[in-house]
Design a protein around this ligand. Structure first.
Ligand code: ADP
Ligand code: MG
Length: 399
């Protein structure tokens, strides 16, 4: 167990500067924030520290500026949104994350105030875990808090290198909650345990898939992932996306766990995503020249039937089809709605993955119709697969 901010005494924070690594990597288009779930999820940590008299220094990355200053990837609009979200507190912003100016501004920060630093990835040192850069960042504060679960599987300066410079390095509430919920799914799920997997690539999910398949009672497979499984059984999938490298693995899984694995039996297909006038619903096999872009109606009925029973745990990662396109979104939307129904019927439901969360929104499933929406995409899968999370391992252990 890792120490969290609530394991330090209430008066501990008074007059101290607290460096909080958050993940404010939210979709921003032309300076406008399209979606702010990750920002809202950081509120409890920020307010907890500020209320106890800590001077809160927030640091995050945004997008992939690759070590250069990219004005469109400035965190400035996020400081503005955070001010609005927190309402009372005026969030300050500084146009950098290291250097003299930043030091001066941090030096003037009073207890209870909140300051957001500029995009960490404007410096190439961040992603290579540069030790001098880590030290510079560390010199800004007295206490280190990691509340960026979604980057904790990376050894970056702000998630890893920095931590060793602090005697007190603890988890924020978001990180604590992610570990608690995903840890339960991984180690001790309420049964029956139903896993829904879809999305683009097995490659990105292989360790999580291995772990989840071995623990689940039922695994419902959709998305592009399904076609590799179908192909491994010798079913023709036309020109659908398959991953040659995982055919043998999928075949082995089907031999060992056939009874709990559900594969699609019908599909919404087209020659390409753009050729929507040629959409065909096919059953069994997909003809050459066509690709599967969604699960079909009878598959959807079979899957939703399993999901909406409302028992045990249901974990979902990866859309059932190319849900961004309306014609290929029905399977995903129906699965999302079945998940909401399962929640209302009493199942413990957990969702992870950036696109899967976007799919929930498309289905108009509200945040409070899911037990838990993880903020970590790759990080959640890494954690579920039992992989190492350097940004968490490096934190203080609970006594
Ligand atoms: P998440 O972000 O939730 O982990 P992924 O990134 O793995 O999910 O997968 C999401 C992407 O997978 C979506 O962009 C979707 O269009 C794509 N996808 C789903 N099904 C298919 C399919 N049959 N063929 C091609 N792409 C697919
Ligand atoms: Mg994705």
């Amino acid at each position: 167990m890792k120490k969290s901010i609530s394991d330090l005494s209430d008066d501990f924070y008074k007059g101290k500067r607290v460096f909080v690594r958050v993940d404010f990597n939210v979709p921003v288009e032309k300076g406008r924030i399209r979606e702010d779930y990750r920002i809202r999820r950081s509120i409890s940590t920020i307010e907890y520290l500020a209320k106890r008299g800590g001077a809160v220094i927030l640091a995050s990355h945004l997008g992939r500026p690759k070590g250069k200053v990219v004005p469109e990837l400035s965190l400035k609009p996020i400081a503005q949104r955070l001010s609005e979200v927190l309402r009372v507190r005026d969030v300050k912003f500084v146009d950098g994350c290291v250097g003299k100016n930043v030091k001066d501004i941090v030096g003037q920060l009073a207890g209870g105030e909140v300051l957001l630093l500029e995009n960490l990835r404007f410096h190439k040192e961040e992603e290579v875990n540069d030790i001098e850069f880590s030290k510079e960042l560390a010199s800004l504060a007295d206490i280190y808090v990691n509340d960026a679960f979604s980057t904790s599987h990376r050894k970056h300066a702000s998630t890893y290198g920095i931590a060793s410079f602090f005697e007190y390095r603890v988890a924020g509430f978001l990180v604590q909650k992610e570990i608690e919920v995903l840890g339960k799914v991984r180690d001790n799920p309420d049964r029956p345990f139903v896993v829904i997997v879809g999305g683009a690539k097995i490659k990105d999910k292989i360790s999580a898939l291995k772990s989840l398949i071995s623990k689940a009672d039922r695994v419902l497979i959709g998305g592009a992932v399904a076609y590799t499984f179908l192909a491994s059984k010798g079913i023709s999938v036309g020109d659908s996306m398959i991953e040659e490298d995982f055919l043998d693995w999928a075949k082995e899984v089907m031999i060992q766990s056939e009874e709990k694995i559900f594969l699609p039996e019908d599909y919404v297909t087209a020659p390409s995503v753009g050729k929507r006038r040629e959409i065909k619903l096919t059953y069994g096999e997909i003809p050459t020249g066509f690709k599967g872009y969604d699960i079909g109606q009878s598959t959807t009925a079979r899957y939703t039937h399993e999901i909406m029973k409302g028992e045990g745990t249901v974990f979902w990662n990866g859309p059932m089809g190319v849900f961004e396109v309306d014609e290929f979104s029905h399977g995903t939307v129906d699965v999302a709605r079945a998940l909401a129904l399962a929640y209302w019927r009493g199942a413990h439901t957990v969702v992870g993955g950036g696109d899967t969360v976007a799919a929930l929104r498309k289905a108009e499933v509200l945040e409070n119709e899911v037990d838990y929406v993880s903020t970590g995409g790759g990080a959640s899968l890494e954690y579920l697969g039992g992989g190492e999370m350097p940004g968490i391992s490096i934190l203080n252990d609970k006594e």
